[in-house]
Design a protein around this ligand. Structure first.
Ligand code: ADP
Length: 721
């Protein structure tokens, strides 16, 4: 009897062997169910062993084989590699691939009702309403129809019995439409055509290759990688294409752009999907029928059958780093996955990560450059506003210089975007009477005042309370005061300065859900907003033709704290924000308010000298032996009390194995020092480039015996250091 070695999506140390019953055609990669402990569990066959491997062991039987095609070998290899690299269990990584296991069973069906044309013998008000709803909405489920008509679902049944409605069973999730490879794209500029050609030839040869598509904002990177996608569709009828975007850039606008270029909606994968939508995408991917998938970082772990091209747009974006559970960087993982799949991977950015630039310079990645925007559109001029010289008035946040520019822009009938990466009204609330700073209980996180909702909110934990009338510390009445600016407060200031201007806020508070977002984007595109005040959700993916002025309210906010990546991150974010200006014929400009105009990131912004800035950053990292010139890993410990976590941390550092060239720093408070009532400490481990740091961390962990309430996790290549 053949034997299947099954990997389960659980943190088990090893896969388990099962006998395959007669008549079940189980192959490597098959999705199966088998008894494990008290339950039937879903797993994937990692390997088929010869009959002899049973050698007298009494094995349990595989109980079910799912009709989904087997998971491909490169995918299974990827799971093993990713687990080893991230120092996690293969079962955990498999769990990410099986996020929507409902997709394993055939598409579920639903009963829908439509009008037959017959008229009811007995007419009631409820029946009339329902018939109207059915006429308007077409075939729908009983619940949709009765809800739309505002009547009970019994009315649907009554009309069906009376022959007025016809019941019909339909599949609820249909395949995605096939994209078309030969619709015309934009007429490319010479520079764009050259880049597109390089990508197309690589796709046609079907070998692993990594490209950096390095192009200024608005230079047509999307148009260029569209050509590569079209080529992949054309050269291989089974090829699947994955486009990764930062979650917040997954807007309707970009989905529509795909739809018009390829004549079909791409398969989406992001946190906003319903279970049903998720199941549909998973199933279509696993069957190899979804040809173009566009998703956030976790889309990399879907079980593609034939992944031939991976695009990572905004490859520098910090949101590609998953910080919870299996911690991974989707960009780096994508390159490995492409290697295993013999696929082409394209990293696109206007501000590539230092890591990526170094790989491009060493020739590991092939660099394609787009230096200009097509047509009349030009990059905006960036000016620094030195707040030390011309500060805003007390308790105001806009300098005279920026106010003047906004007024000019308004007078010219053009739009302004003010960027401030702080939601709410004020990031800190203090008591004027006793000086208390209001924090989330048990943590050091300040509470942010939100005026529209009248609440104080913790942006780290989500904790929220109505704003108290008296100070919770000293009891003084009316003494609580918001300190510092959030977008609501800047909006208030603009309203007093420019009472005739139409002002809106664009943040995750005002743009919850696709519809609210679309509303703001539409009004902006239609010119119904004069001043848009936004957090980082405005930075990406939007093209507003009449937007000519970008004002950065507080360019220094991301520079605080000891993080060595802060400069790079600030530069990337601000050049992206500035790039929103001047997207069409009208030239744009950006005014950047800062108290640190001599900071290299600010100077580089003003001089449009990205490469000079990267050179400085690079020298610092090389000097310190930090990534990409060395390796880093973090170990994070947490416990319910600070004392407990400190004690354990001291024991753990004693048990760190010796390793040549390896340095262990810490323990220090983790970047988020208290989370969900747990105190967190972090060790940073640094090694030269040629050391297998994952193996070192695994060896360290193997020595540890942690008492019960203490938890530990490893983060390879931490994003902050
Ligand atoms: P990026 O991805 O580099 O920010 P996009 O591909 O979004 O740039 O291009 C910016 C804008 O310019 C888009 O509206 C796009 O349709 C337009 N565009 C880019 N290349 C061309 C071209 N060759 N001809 C016409 N329009 C173009």
């Amino acid at each position: 009897m053949p034997i299947a070695r099954i990997l389960f999506p659980l943190p088990l140390p090893e896969p388990f062997d099962y006998a395959v019953p007669e008549g079940l055609d189980v192959q490597e990669g098959a999705y199966v169910a088998a008894p494990l402990g008290k339950y039937e569990r879903l797993g994937v066959v990692q390997e088929m062993l010869p009959d002899s491997a049973g050698d007298g062991r009494k094995l349990k039987f595989v109980s079910e084989l799912y009709p989904t095609p087997p998971m491909s070998r490169p995918m299974r290899e990827f799971i093993q590699w990713a687990a080893r690299y991230t120092v996690s269990h293969p079962g955990h990584v498999l769990g990410m691939a099986l996020r929507s296991r409902g997709g394993l069973v055939p598409s579920p069906t639903e009963t829908v009702y439509s009008l037959t044309g017959a008229t009811p013998a007995r007419v009631t008000e409820a029946r009339t309403k329902l018939i109207d709803a059915a006429r308007e909405l077409g075939p729908q489920s009983a619940s949709v129809l009765s809800e739309a008509a505002g009547v009970s679902s019994g009315v649907v049944k009554g009309l069906a019995d009376a022959g007025v409605l016809r019941a019909e069973s339909i599949a609820t999730d249909l395949p995605f439409e096939s994209p078309l490879a030969d619709l015309p794209g934009a007429t490319l500029t010479d520079e764009q055509a050259e880049a597109a050609q390089a990508l197309k030839s690589a796709v046609a040869t079907r070998a692993f290759e990594t490209f950096l598509l390095d192009g200024v904002t608005g230079s047509g990177k999307t148009e260029v990688y569209f050509e590569a996608i079209a080529e992949a569709l054309k050269t291989d009828a089974d090829a699947q294409i994955l486009v990764l975007l930062p979650e917040i850039a997954l807007t309707q606008a970009i989905l529509s752009r795909f739809e018009s270029r390829f004549g079909a909606k791409p398969a989406p994968w992001h946190s906003g999907l319903s279970d049903k939508e998720r199941r549909r995408t998973w199933r279509e991917v696993a069957h190899g029928r979804a040809r173009i998938v566009i998703g956030a970082r976790s889309a990399l772990f879907l079980p593609y059958r034939q992944l031939k091209l991976i695009i990572i747009d905004e490859e520098h974006d910090g949101s590609y780093k998953q910080e919870d559970g299996v911690t991974y960087h989707a960009r780096d993982m994508a390159v490995m996955r492409a290697k295993l799949e013999e696929a082409v991977v394209v990293l696109a950015s206007a501000t590539p990560a230092l890591e990526t630039m170094v790989n491009a310079e060493s020739g590991r990645y092939q660099r394609l450059k787009l230096s200009a925007r097509p047509g009349a559109s030009r990059l905006p001029d960036v000016d620094l506003v030195d707040l030390r010289r011309a500060p805003p008035e007390r308790n105001h946040w806009l300098s005279p210089h920026l106010i003047h520019a906004m007024q000019e822009t308004f007078a010219a009938g053009e739009q302004t975007l003010l960027f401030l990466n702080r939601r709410g009204y004020a990031p800190l609330v203090i008591c004027k009477s006793c000086g208390e700073r209001l924090k989330t209980p048990g943590t050091e996180n300040w509470l942010t005042e939100h005026r529209y909702t009248g609440r104080l909110v913790c942006h780290v934990t989500g904790y929220s309370i109505p704003k108290p009338k008296t100070c919770p510390h000293c009891g003084a009445a009316d003494s609580l005061m918001g300190v510092g600016p959030g977008v609501e407060r800047v909006a208030e200031e603009v309203r007093t300065l420019m009472p005739e201007a139409r002002i809106e806020i664009f943040s995750s508070d005002t743009a919850q859900g696709g519809e609210a977002t679309r509303g703001i984007v539409d009004r902006m595109e239609q010119g119904e907003i004069d001043v848009l005040i936004g957090t980082q959700i405005v930075a990406k993916g939007h093209n507003f033709p009449n937007l000519t002025l970008v004002g950065v309210v507080d360019a220094d906010s991301g520079m605080k704290g000891g993080d060595l990546r802060a400069g790079e991150r600030t530069y990337q974010l601000l050049s992206q924000v500035a790039g929103r200006a001047g997207r069409a014929e009208r030239p744009g400009r950006a005014l950047v308010q800062t108290y640190a105009p001599d900071n290299p990131a600010m100077l580089a912004l003003a001089d449009n000298n990205r490469d000079g800035f990267l050179q400085i950053e690079r020298d610092v990292r090389a000097e310190l032996g930090l990534p990409p010139f060395g390796r880093l890993a973090a170990m994070i410990l947490s416990a319910p009390s600070a004392q407990m976590v400190d004690e354990i941390a001291l024991q753990i550092v004693q048990q760190a194995p010796n390793g040549e060239g390896i340095e262990v720093f810490g323990p220090a408070p983790a970047p988020i020092a208290v989370l969900r009532g747990r105190h967190r400490r972090r060790f940073l481990v640094k090694s030269p480039k040629n050391i297998d740091l994952s193996a070192y961390m695994a060896a360290w962990i193997a020595r540890l015996k942690l008492p019960n309430p203490v938890r530990m996790s490893v983060d390879i290549d931490p994003y902050s250091f």
